[in-house]
Write a protein that binds this ligand. Structure first.
Ligand code: C2E
Ligand code: MG
Ligand code: MG
Length: 758
């Protein structure tokens, strides 16, 4: 609906009905006054009629005038009022001719009539009435003639213009009044329109908390007709849990502590459902700052809340069993331990692992395995108290957190958990007995970190597993043997990879003939926060065991290529010509068997801009011989990328010569153990000789590693020309010590690193 027409239908204003009411009543008032005037003048200066007649007629006029106050002026057309004018004027004339002939009353009555015209009619109507006025004024005077007539005619010169001017002035004033009135009405109508048609719910709330007015949208959100809500206390629709907070905010608004507030709360709808709304509250104050009423705007956010609640639930529950997941369990554990610490209570954490689940899973199929897990979850839940927390920690592992009075109570809980598995889980397509290995750890009364309690329970569970299926072990301090240390280390290693505690050191290898630098090998180290710099021997195996090697290896590869590219750029800046030294990176067996490995190599090369032909990958002989067939395929793909391949620690594994021939490698790195005793009386010389011969036969380059003494170098030189690596030439160092480019010869490297060390 157009707001203009809305303003029109609002009833007052445009059509001037209000001004008609005002003017009509003014006219009535004027009529009353005129009659009073006539009565007064007749009483003061007695005229033709008897006083009684004047009083009677005057009183009748007074009554008519007073009664006309209630005439429905707004319904009378303006023209009707206008047609009354000549009649009135004629009546004055007749009254004058046949009445008391008081010229003062005569002229004053005309003035009053024009006041009436001004009040009831539009502008210019008094002016247009001038001829009628002239006739009405002059004719009676001419009719009566004589001295009074001629004196009266003279008065027409100022009475007539005075009547017209006064009438015009009043009409103008009335039209201004009507315009202002229209504007106010329009403003009110548009505000009302906004209020009624607003898509958000708006309410006006008294300071007593009751609805004064609500719009349609507000009613819709609450499921009531807006009129039904008026006068009702808003809090009776608010969810009981939100009432206190809502009241507090309203209190703050009223005291002026807050100008406005935004708040999410629940309303109870007429149909009994709850609806989430976002409320914007503000207060309207009077001239002296006193609160008059409150304005509330609400928006239905139920869908959004439901969605976010669902998302939050998904984030913390295990979709298979519907139990809390690891994240939620850890949160609960943390809070429980915190409470336990302050209250001195003891918590038991149990790690439950299904025995031989892998076998079961493989045997009955994954789908059935999932159903089994679900049923186990239900049974465990049934065996626990409502205050205990059961979670699916991952795979076939469940965790339980419960408050206990001591070890005896733990026994009781464990007995209940086991009893819940006493009968086979029967499904239409399988029947399966389940046994649990359970590790339990109890919190110290003085407080305990969640991770420590978890680790202890995990260690206890492994102990239980070692004892055989269906066993249960309570963790004791001294249990942390190898398994515990390993577990801790693996946790720390996870963090190390993420928190950049790993660093690469670089060891050069050289051409023995002229001591020029052929390349550098990247060797990883772990800057352990407590134990200092750890060599790879301390953590590579562990990284393999806990499945971190792929991530760790990718980091090494990326970092080494980045460093290689940096050195190449430094070399270009320094204007050093010739082929830049190569970069060697060790690759572990797990990396090699990772299906995404070649993609990682390719993307690292693109990312770092390091040329593939300068990259060497060193793979241990053992790793290659695990599954030579698969290795050949991967190595081929790697060669297609343009990178070079070397067999590391050659001689320690059991290379089949036929495979060796088919492997697309280009160099053999003779293991340090054969170099170690080269300068002594040993068989090693013969072995090295054989490897050199093999290399020659297969067209492979030979690298000797672990050269520590000049005597070893001399011995090697007598067997041929080698690329060599060892402490004799340089130890692995931090790249910062090498500088921004690699030197051409090993003496340059030494000078560089010594210089930096000073
Ligand atoms: P590797 O690839 O055979 O590396 C050579 C190892 O021998 C290095 O030990 C090096 O410091 C050491 N070495 C070099 N010259 C001499 C010497 O003259 N005398 C003696 N006694 N040792 C020497 P590091 O750095 O402790 O590395 C040990 C092994 O750890 C490496 O053997 C390699 O197999 C593995 N490794 C190191 N970094 C990585 C890596 O990033 N990824 C993988 N997968 N393995 C790595
Ligand atoms: Mg190596
Ligand atoms: Mg080696």
């Amino acid at each position: 609906m157009d707001w203009r027409s809305a303003a029109d239908t609002a009833g007052k204003g445009r059509d001037g009905s209000l001004s008609r009411v005002v003017s009509g009543r003014m006219a009535a008032l004027a009529f009353v006054l005129a009659s009073l005037l006539v009565m007064a003048s007749e009483l003061v200066v007695p005229g033709t009629y008897s006083r009684i007649a004047v009083v009677v007629i005057g009183t009748a006029a007074l009554v008519v005038g007073a009664a006309s106050w209630w005439i429905p002026w707004e319904r009378l057309p303006r023209t009707t009022v206008l047609w009354l004018v000549p009649v009135g004027l004629a009546a004055i004339g007749v009254g004058f001719v046949f009445g008391d002939r008081n010229s003062f009353n005569f002229s004053v009555t005309f003035v009053l009539v024009f006041v009436l015209i001004g009040l009831t009619q539009r502008r210019w109507v008094p002016l247009k009435m001038t001829p009628v006025l002239l006739v009405a004024y002059v004719v009676p005077l001419v009719v009566i003639g004589g001295h009074l007539g001629s004196a009266g005619l003279e008065s027409a010169i100022y009475v007539v213009p005075a009547c017209v001017a006064l009438g015009e002035l009043i009409a103008w004033g009335m039209s201004r009044l009507a315009e202002a009135n229209d504007e106010i009405a329009e403003g009110e109508a548009s505000v009302r329109q906004l209020f009624d048609a607003a898509p958000i719910g708006i309410c006006k709330l008294g300071i007593d908390g009751r609805f004064i007015e609500v719009n349609r949208a507000y009613g819709d959100i609450l499921g009531y007709d807006p009129d039904q809500l008026v006068g009702m206390p808003m809090q009776s629709f608010t969810h009981p849990d939100d009432r206190a907070a809502n009241q507090e905010l309203i209190g703050k608004l009223l005291t002026g502590e807050l100008d406005q507030f935004k708040f999410e709360k629940r309303y109870l709808r007429a149909d009994g459902h709850q609806v989430w709304v976002s409320v914007n509250g503000s207060v309207v104050r009077g001239a002296h700052g006193e609160p008059l009423f409150l304005i509330g705007q609400i928006e239905d956010i139920t869908e959004r809340r439901q969605l976010s609640d669902e998302l939050a639930l998904h984030a913390v529950t295990d979709p298979l069993t519907g139990l809390p997941n690891r994240t939620l369990f850890m949160e609960r554990l943390e809070t429980a331990l915190h409470h336990a610490e302050t209250s001195g209570r003891q918590m038991a954490l149990m790690f439950l692992d299904l025995d031989r689940f892998k076998l079961v899973n493989d045997g009955i199929g994954h789908d059935a395995g999932d159903r089994l897990l679900r049923r186990v979850g239900q049974r465990l839940q049934g065996a626990l108290r409502s205050s205990d927390v059961l979670a699916r920690f991952g795979g076939d592992e469940f965790t339980v957190l419960c408050e206990v009075a001591g070890v005896e109570e733990v026994d009781a809980v464990v007995a209940r958990l086991r009893a819940s598995m006493a009968t086979a889980v029967a499904e239409p397509d399988f029947e399966q007995f389940v046994s649990l290995s359970i590790g339990v750890a109890l919190s110290h009364p003085g407080g305990m970190a969640p991770s420590v309690l978890l680790r202890s329970a995990d260690i206890a569970m492994y102990q239980a597993k070692r004892l055989g299926p269906g066993r249960y072990v309570v963790y004791e301090e001294r249990d942390e043997g190898d398994a515990g240390r390993k577990l801790r280390m693996s946790n720390e290693l996870h963090r190390a990879v993420r928190e950049n505690q790993l660093v690469l050191h670089y060891q050069p290898y050289i051409d023995m003939r002229d001591m020029t630098l052929v390349g550098t090998e990247a060797l990883v180290r772990w800057r352990h926060p407590e134990r200092g710099l750890l060599p790879p021997g301390e953590f590579i195996e562990l990284a393999e065991e806990c499945g971190l090697m792929v991530e760790l290896g990718a980091w090494v590869l990326r970092e080494a290529c980045r460093q290689g590219a940096r050195w190449m750029a430094g070399r270009a800046v320094a204007g050093i010509e010739g082929e830049p030294p190569a970069m060697s990176v060790n690759i572990s067996p797990q990396q090699l068997s990772d299906p995404g490995f070649t993609d990682i190599v390719a993307s690292v090369l693109v990312e770092t801009g390091f040329p593939p032909e300068r990259l060497w990958l060193e793979i241990t002989e053992g790793a290659l011989m695990r599954d030579p067939g698969a290795a050949i395929a991967i190595l081929r793909t790697l060669r297609e990328l343009g990178v070079h391949l070397a067999i590391d620690d050659f001689g320690t594994g059991y290379s089949s010569l036929s495979y060796l021939r088919r492997l697309p490698v280009e160099a053999l790195k003779i293991d340090r153990s054969f170099i170690e005793h080269l300068d002594e009386e040993s068989d090693d010389r013969a072995i090295v000789e054989a490897v050199v011969a093999l290399g020659d036969a297969l067209g492979l380059g030979i690298i000797a590693e672990g050269i520590e003494r000049p005597s070893q170098a001399i011995e090697l030189a007598s067997l041929g020309s080698f690329v060599a690596q060892g402490y004799l030439y340089a130890r692995p160092v931090d790249p910062l010590l090498v500088g921004d480019h690699l030197p051409r010869t090993i003496s340059g490297w030494e000078a560089n690193s010594r210089l930096s060390m000073v």
